[in-house]
Design a protein around this ligand. Structure first.
Ligand SMILES: *Cc1c(COP(=O)(O)O)cnc(C)c1O
Length: 427
């Protein structure tokens, strides 16, 4: 008998995937296999057409296979996919990013968000000559060792490893506080401030579902970092160029020392970027003692896709329209859930939204963990059956793109109505 794609995948790759969430473990059921995609629609190998709200987890703000991005990729690749020497387009991308995010006075391009964060952390440690990093529970910063941690026991805030393979000796260099808990930050800074190299945060948390910062939380981080001489790092891998042409820092008015980017700035191709104050960035090799390098850093094809995406965004400024579309869509789904008396919250901001099956206010990962993940799994599976693909985990956010037009959203809303009804029948 001919083997299925799933069987072949599982025999060739751990769990059949190259990134764990793709295995659908938190929702159950068979993972999908992509064949192609265009605009807001993803076609699967088994012939289904899905309205996509996962959008590659964020990069595709212009939709799948946007003609200008495709053209940029094809034309660039035809002239050579990689040279490992500097190209003018890398300079242009760095200049464009800096014009939109002025705090990124110098920029290094890397190949993923993880790598951007890894570099930012090493820079912070090298620049401050300190070792400890403060992060927040539920914020995801890629899979660097010191970020794969969870709050340990005890009030000291010392983390324990959340992945095998991360030695305790690494994990204990990270402190974990509750997101939105300003007091915990003050306490930890008081206790560990002298050894603290950086505070790293998703300025809008978008990897535990969507959790917005409380008023003044980010300003508090700025003040606490300044008070102890630590750097403030904004991980804007999701928020960068997704909510405005620039970073969330432009909207919240708090300026970090270092910023990490990824996702949108590569238009679907692998990329990351770290940038910040000149004095800090000039600690990087070859100017300074902090080593970082990459064979494919500033890759011409990634840079071309990123430039095409950013130029279109700069010209069209689709952000207000995306936010309006997202708000209307989220509110219409919320209305359906309310009619069904489902305890569902649908927070939204800009082109981001997510689903929390619970009633209480969500301000931290502790709150998120109280939500009903079984309801989410039912919603996910039913939507998939009815032609809508949301991210396969209750902790991932959904993404609206400029390709999600009224016709598509009306179709998606119908699928949501059926799926929410199915959830209501099962609880
Ligand atoms: C996706 C993401 C990363 C990691 O980026 P990769 O390109 O997957 O390595 C880091 N931080 C945040 C906030 C992210 O959403």
């Amino acid at each position: 008998m001919k083997k299925t794609l799933k069987q072949r995948a599982e025999a060739a790759m751990p769990g059949g995937v190259n990134s764990p969430v793709r295995a659908f473990r938190s929702v159950g059921g068979d993972p999908i296999f992509a064949k192609s995609a265009n605009g807001a629609v993803l076609k699967t190998e088994d012939g289904r057409k899905l309205i996509d709200f996962c959008m590659s987890f964020g990069p595709l703000i212009l939709g799948h296979a946007h003609p200008e991005v495709v053209k940029a990729i094809a034309e660039t690749a035809a002239k050579g996919a990689s040279f490992a020497v500097t190209t003018p387009r890398e300079i242009e991308l760095a200049e464009l990013i800096r014009s939109a995010i002025p705090s990124m006075e110098r920029i290094r391009l890397v190949s993923s968000g993880t790598e951007a964060v890894m570099t930012a952390l090493r820079l912070a440690r090298g620049f401050t000559r300190r070792s400890k990093i403060l992060k927040f529970g539920g914020c995801y910063h890629g899979h660097a060792d010191s970020m794969l941690v969870q709050a340990g026991s005890g009030v000291a805030g010392i983390a324990s490893a959340s992945s095998a393979g991360v030695p305790d000796s690494f994990a204990k260099e990270t402190l974990v506080a509750k997101y939105n808990d300003a007091e915990a930050v003050t306490r930890l800074v008081k206790r560990h401030g002298k050894n603290l190299a950086a505070i790293i945060v998703e300025p809008i948390a978008a990897n535990m579902g969507l959790v917005l910062p409380m008023p003044d939380f980010l300003q508090h981080l700025r003040e606490q970092a300044d008070a102890c001489g630590a750097l403030l790092i904004f991980d804007e891998v999701i928020t960068g160029f997704r909510l405005t042409f620039g970073g969330y820092q432009k909207l919240c008015g708090v300026t970090p020392d270092l910023t990490c980017l990824g996702k949108v700035i590569g238009g679907g191709m692998p990329i990351g970027a770290v940038g910040g104050r000149i004095a800090i960035m000039e600690s990087l090799a070859p100017l300074g003692p902090v080593y970082q390098a990459g064979t494919l850093s500033g890759n011409p094809v990634s840079v071309a896709a990123g430039l095409a995406t950013l130029k279109r965004l700069k010209k069209d400024q689709p952000y207000a329209a995306l936010a309006r579309t997202t708000e209307l869509f989220a509110k219409s789904l919320f209305g359906m859930a309310a009619t069904l008396e489902l305890p569902l919250q649908i927070p939204y901001y800009g082109s981001l939204f997510s689903f929390f099956f619970c009633e209480q206010d969500i301000r931290s990962f502790e709150d998120v963990q109280r939500c009903d993940t079984r309801c989410f799994a039912v919603l996910f599976k039913q939507l998939l059956r009815d032609g809508v693909y949301i991210p396969p985990s209750p902790f991932e956010v959904s993404f609206m793109s400029t390709a999600h037009d009224d016709r598509i959203l009306r179709k998606a809303a119908t699928a949501f109505e059926w799926a929410l009804t199915a959830v209501a029948e099962q609880i």
